[in-house]
Design a protein around this ligand. Structure first.
Ligand code: SF4
Length: 506
């Protein structure tokens, strides 16, 4: 236990699916060419955020609830080791078995061992970000164990041999016609004349999954919350598939990130109000399953809880970055983000897309001595934002994502330049020098006007020579006006030749 929280997660290879395959700028450039995906994501996020605003407006104490959620999470981070020990004691006292996993490789080995011991070669799964993070499905498949997703959107993603693109709605990038095609291709026994209608598609998935629920001997779930003072685990979902997985199979394995612990059962009161309104815009969550250990003749006979670090203690070590661990995975920040809306989730590469992914993923995978992991494609994610602040406004636990993005960018820049002033710092110093003297400023204006030859018809320079190319690589440079205000003043109102001498004495 002490080593679990005392040492950072060491190995990148053990971290599972959390590394992006290519940097965000390149991945986003590809994604932006997919007009169908942009239409699907734009339509879905617009619908969800409009509904969320309505659901939130109904709560007169919404801001107080947000503040309470934030305070509970801050308290959890301040005494995480103590709360995890308490959770372990209470789960064990009620017949559960607790396992500690430093990284994805350890977690996968533990789960594989549990499944193999049951003699089963198939598990049913409740939608879980933690198991996606560790690449559990791929690991089990390599060992000859089929992992069947039972959440409808996850099932669509799995049958389509695709990747999730949203925390809550993993198949948000698919429309109903595309889903019909996937079912026809990959779902055994589906009606070849099935309509591309939500009801027909849902009924086909229901029939397919019902057979799996009834035959599975092992289920794997994540957890939204783990309650330290009772040893209770909670899963919130809206289809009832989770309830089937959590009650029917004989063996239940739950994988929980260590940050999901909450001190007491009464804390759930706050989160059960914040989460449904922020995620699905519902007043109350449709299916909230809670279980505490095992009970003869009722539900699973064996319960295993795998507590997963996988980089979380690294995040905890950074005071300015640790509130990323407060996230309750509601996805409200994704639905309001102008960058996510245009690129979709795949461009982020990592399991956690959108604004929360931009701050959480690079921290989870940071392995360099400087704490940035700057050779990791995830290190480009803090730039996947306009810093508009919409994510902070929407976040039910008040995570200040924009400030954290700036903090992570700063760490990145510091790491890349290795202690030497970078091009940006040099340019700022030069600007400071030029602007601190009216004569030098006037000279700089004359140099800037000389750039006119490089400008296009729209009076912007799209490509500067030399080191300036770094600036224009991702921005246009507008030319200054033909006549500066200072020159106009000198010509029209001042007695000096160009006004600069007069300025100097003012
Ligand atoms: S960062 Fe906040 S808004 Fe985004 S998913 Fe997490 S809890 Fe929700």
């Amino acid at each position: 236990m002490s080593t679990f929280l005392g040492t950072p997660s060491p190995s990148v290879p053990g971290q599972g699916n959390i590394h992006a395959l290519e940097p965000f700028p390149q991945a986003a450039a590809h994604a932006l060419r997919d007009t169908q995906m942009r239409r699907n994501v734009g339509h879905a996020t617009h619908t969800i955020r409009t509904k969320r605003l309505r659901a939130v407006a109904e709560c007169p104490d919404w801001e107080e609830l947000r503040a309470a959620g934030s305070a509970i999470k801050a308290d959890v981070m301040a005494r995480l080791p103590e709360l995890l020990r308490q959770l372990e004691e209470n789960v064990t006292a009620r017949g559960g078995v607790v396992h500690w996993a430093r990284d994805a490789a350890e977690a996968n080995d533990i789960i594989e061992g549990i499944v193999v011991a049951t003699g089963s070669d198939e598990v049913v799964k409740v939608k879980s970000m933690a198991t996606q993070e560790i690449g559990l499905n791929e690991h089990l498949e390599a060992k000859g164990i089929a992992a069947i997703e039972t959440d409808l959107a996850e099932l669509i993603v799995q049958l389509g041999d695709d990747k999730p693109s949203h925390i809550l709605v993993p198949a948000i990038h698919r429309n109903r016609a595309e889903i019909r095609e996937i079912f026809l291709e990959a779902m055994p026994g589906v009606d070849p004349d099935i309509a591309a209608e939500p009801t027909a598609l849902a009924m086909a998935a229901r029939a397919h999954l019902r057979r799996k629920f009834l035959s599975a001997r092992v289920a794997v779930s994540g957890a939204n919350f783990g309650v330290a003072d009772t040893g209770t685990l909670a899963v919130v979902e809206s289809e009832g598939n989770g309830r089937m997985c959590l009650t029917l199979p004989k063996t239940l394995v739950t994988v929980m990130g260590i940050e999901k612990v909450v001190p007491s059962f009464t804390d759930l009161e706050v989160f059960m109000q914040l989460l449904p309104r922020s995620s699905t815009a519902e007043r109350m969550n449709p299916y909230t399953s809670m279980w505490t250990g095992v009970h003869p003749g009722d539900g699973p006979e064996e319960f295993h809880l795998v507590l997963l670090d996988n980089g979380r203690t690294n995040v905890l070590a950074d005071e300015a970055g640790r509130s990323a661990l407060h996230c309750i995975r509601c996805s409200a920040c994704l639905n309001v983000c102008p960058v996510y809306e245009r690129t979709g989730g795949h461009a982020y590469g990592s399991v956690y897309p959108g604004p929360i992914g931009a701050v959480l993923s690079p921290q989870l995978t940071a392995t360099g001595a400087d704490g940035t992991g700057h050779d990791d494609p995830n290190s480009t994610l803090p730039y996947a934002s306009t810093l508009c602040g919409a994510c902070f406004d929407a976040c039910p636990v008040r995570i200040d994502i924009p400030s954290m993005l700036v903090h992570l960018r700063g760490k990145q820049v510091d790491a890349e330049r290795g202690g030497l002033p970078g091009p940006q710092a040099t340019a700022m110093k030069a600007a400071q020098w030029a602007m601190s003297s009216p004569k030098r400023f006037a000279a700089a204006e004359r140099v800037a006007s000389a750039l006119g030859g490089l400008a296009g018809k729209d009076r912007t320079v799209s490509s500067l020579p030399g080191p300036g190319a770094l600036w224009t690589k991702s921005r246009d440079l507008p030319l200054p006006p033909k006549q500066s205000f200072r020159r106009w003043w000198a010509e029209n109102r001042d007695s000096g030749a160009d006004g600069t001498d007069g300025e100097e004495t003012r």
